[in-house]
Design a protein around this ligand. Sequence first.
Ligand SMILES: C[S@@+](CC[C@H](N)C(=O)[O-])C[C@H]1O[C@@H](n2cnc3c(N)ncnc32)[C@H](O)[C@@H]1O
Length: 463
Amino acid sequence: MEYLPVCLRLRGAPVLLVGGGTVATRKARLLLRAGARLTVVAPEASAELQELLQDAGGEWRADAYAGPADLADQSLVVAATPDAATNRAVSEHAHVAGIPVNVVDSPELCSFIFPAVIDRDPLLIAVSSSGRSPVLARLVRRKIEALIPAAYGGLAEFAGRWRDRVRDALPEEGARRLFWEQAVEGSIGELVLAGRETDAAGRMEQRLADSTDLHRGEVYLLGAGPGDPDLLTFKAVRLLQSADVVLYDRLVAPAIVDMARRDAERIYVGKARAAHAVPQQDINQLLLSLAQAGKRVVRLKGGDPFIFGRGGEEIALLASHGIPFQVVPGITAASGAACYAGIPLTHRDHAQSVRFVAGYLKGDRVEHDWSQFTSETETLVFYMGLVGLPVICRELQAAGRPADTPVALIERGTMEGQRVLTGTLATMDDIVAREKPRAPTLIIVGSVVTLHKDLAWFGARED
Ligand SMILES: C[S@@+](CC[C@H](N)C(=O)[O-])C[C@H]1O[C@@H](n2cnc3c(N)ncnc32)[C@H](O)[C@@H]1O
């Protein structure tokens, strides 16, 4: 490590800035934000810099840098002039005087450098490339910024307000750390991030009053989306990375399971059609017992947990035992696969409603009142319908949908190798028999399917 990252307290501290141009103005803004008592030495200063100094009560001395005398009593120096000789002189004098110095764009003259900062005051995240590539550091900052919601600042404030109370209630360091980990990463942190500070405070009181509460686990039921890992929500990623145990389904992409902490336990409970790896009741029970053992459990489900996902059943048992849980929506297969296939499910020229329908066979039947599916301005999306496709096409025609109603079958929607087969209620059966698509597949019925040929953008187009 070439530099030690530290956070300097500059409130009220005298700081000298040599230079008055654009770069110096940028540095001045940062130093003033940290509360520095700023003196600028430069023959000329930008209008913005003058205004900043005026607002913050800083001083501008309209002069050239005069030498070591200018450094007297300063706690920090920044040189940002266009003149290399001046910058070098400032650096040398500061080194002699033992004052930390930064020279813009000259890491070799610096005793400290400015990192790129993600400011979620009071939470600060600094990114540095040790002076090698400020552009790369800024790029990394942008990526982190997207992952850290602005509300994290509020969470840090909240924790700060409770710090003394928690220290008094839990003098033992280990217990206190566990308490904070659970509070910040668990439901209390989530309540604060959701803007529900009063509820979060109530939860803190409760946890401090009842130490057994400290060891209670939680369950997060997360929608993992239809396949493409980039379709996961920020919240799902955050909770996934906080889990001790992850239970996942067959349809969850391995890249998503890999986002869990390295030391998190991973339990496969996936189901293929008619071949349940772990029976549903056992999954429900497992979630309960893991949470009762104090674990933070993530239950990852393909798509959205509440759409043909049995998510409701899994949390019902937790609710009846008073285990805290959260449910995070995911992009359901209908939405994800249709978007990636270029089929707008409710394009206004074609459909005014869309219906998600279970398409699995019970015996040799797909059990529905088929007379409810006759509207030509409604798009139908069948989940789990591959095996029952011949029955679906037959029943829809028998109910009155025209034989030439367009049908699309999307195989592996949003994933590498996505394939879209299109036909009609009359022809789809043969097309599927010929092409032999493999699960998971989604079936879309309605005239919106005709838009696919112009709007397809992802993966291979059908010829
Ligand atoms: C048990 S349901 C779960 C649905 C999931 N909860 C959701 O919201 O997407 C499984 C069915 O979803 C559909 N499905 C899930 N992922 C899919 C994908 N990537 N491409 C096509 N269909 C998919 C298939 O019809 C599959 O049989």
